[in-house]
Design a protein around this ligand. Structure first.
Ligand SMILES: [Zn+2]
Length: 440
């Protein structure tokens, strides 16, 4: 069955065009043309491709509001995060993740990269199905209308040279071989299902000893799947890494085959010039998470320098202090202004590419994030007549002024999941409040 949408304006590969007809068939864009709306479904404002949230930990959403007050840093926040991790089970995580992904859909996200490490029951005991938590996350994404890259995360140590303890025990598989066996089972369960990509993640140099990294990288190469890793979010991580390995986290990942065109370095905040060269030359994606990085007082990463050396920038809402990819996109430019005391580092179109096609590709969906025939039919329509966007122009209005609340319609993989600002699942605010109430 085919459906035709008429976009008042649409961001096509050549720029913004008016009166664009998009024919959708079987979840994909069948044709793009120009003309009168006729009987087509009308999409007001500016329609852009589906946004990719390239770095998510769904359960961190339960901490919104709990960590924004008082003093502390990344490490004090982490203690609170572990308390929520300790309470989740497959049922409560399904409900929480479904609500969080529905919040993402309302914000125009059509693909989420879920960096998933909460694998096992309390104490580290595997569930009867050792992948039940991963299945819950995938089900949640499907219920909310998102594609998902489930980045199954290897997490073996509590810090460099220290064993897992407390809630961390739920994250660990023992060693990379046992991690790979579980991840292989998960990949086999979703083989041939185009809306799910099973990728891999090395949690960080804190959590995976270097001699275990190659096994995780091999999974990525064997499946042509994404490989993500947290990198240099904190100076303390760099200091511990230098002390133990006489190298930076980027250098350790490079030496063990974990950088490359399928890989994503998340955060990449505190880098040396050599790190920037290694990430750029290897064509590694770098996922900036500016709203989380500011919330946790992490610092500002060198996004422009990375892109200049060849790294491709993507965006993630990570801890979900805010879920708004427009805010993440403009923060890349605005934070760079604060750090450099100069303006004009990025064009709006480049920032939107980070939020769409580059992010989608980094999650294993290179066939999404552009309004072109053959691509996934993701149409995200943003109001240009709200109090935030009225009179502000097209792309610049979206990137520098719109918020997630300006997204009024979302078609994801051909399915209309948001219409007139409402998600098909109903009242997402109530879903969130109920799910969070059960785990906090
Ligand atoms: Zn993260």
């Amino acid at each position: 069955m085919s459906v035709t949408y008429w976009c008042e304006r649409a961001w096509l590969p050549g720029g913004v065009a008016e009166s664009v007809l998009v024919e959708v068939e079987g979840g994909r864009i069948a044709a793009i043309g120009h003309g009168e709306p006729g009987a087509a479904q009308r999409l007001a404002g500016l329609t852009v491709p589906g946004l990719a949230n390239a770095h998510s930990h769904a359960f961190h959403r339960a901490l919104r509001g709990a960590t924004q007050t008082g003093a502390g840093d990344f490490w004090t926040w982490r203690t609170q995060m572990y308390e929520v991790a300790a309470r989740l089970d497959p049922d409560t995580y399904l409900d929480l993740a479904r609500a969080v992904y529905a919040e993402m859909a309302l914000a125009g996200v059509t693909t989420v990269g879920e960096f998933h490490y909460l694998h096992h029951a309390p104490g580290g005991r595997p569930y009867q199905d050792p992948n039940v938590m991963g299945h819950a996350l995938i089900q949640a994404a499907r219920d909310a209308g998102l594609r998902v890259a489930l980045l199954d995360t290897c997490y073996l140590t509590g810090g460099i040279g220290t064993p897992l303890s407390g809630a961390q025990e739920r994250f660990g598989d023992g060693d990379a071989e046992r991690w790979a066996a579980r991840a292989e089972d998960l990949a086999a369960a979703y083989e041939g299902q185009p809306d799910v990509e099973i990728g891999a993640a090395i949690h960080s140099v804190r959590a995976v000893p270097p001699e275990q990294m190659a096994t995780v990288a091999e999974f990525s190469h064997r499946h042509a799947a994404p490989l993500h890793a947290h990198v240099s979010e904190q100076r303390a991580e760099n200091a511990a890494c230098a002390e133990r390995y006489a190298a930076t986290p980027v250098e350790v990942l490079h030496e063990h085959g974990a950088l490359g065109p399928r890989s994503t370095a998340v955060h990449a905040t505190h880098l040396t010039d050599v790190d920037v060269e290694l990430l750029g030359h290897s064509r590694t994606y770098v996922c900036m998470c500016p709203t989380t990085e500011r919330d946790l007082a992490d610092g500002i990463g060198p996004a422009r320098a990375l892109a200049d050396r060849g790294a491709r920038i993507t965006l993630g809402s990570d801890s979900h202090a805010v879920i708004d990819l427009f805010e993440e996109a403009r923060a890349v430019e605005l934070d760079e202004r604060l750090a450099s005391e100069r303006r004009g580092h990025w064009r709006a179109a480049d920032l939107l590419a980070a939020a769409t096609c580059d992010g989608q590709a980094s999650l294993g969906f290179p066939d999404a994030g552009e309004l072109v025939p053959g691509a996934w039919a993701d149409l995200v329509s943003v109001r240009l007549d709200s109090v935030r966007t009225a009179g502000a122009g097209d792309l610049e209005a979206v990137v520098f002024a719109a918020t997630a609340a300006d997204v009024h319609s979302v078609v994801s993989g051909g399915r209309r999941v948001v219409a007139e600002g409402r998600h098909v699942l109903g009242d997402v605010g109530s879903m969130l409040a109920e799910a969070i109430g059960r785990v906090r």
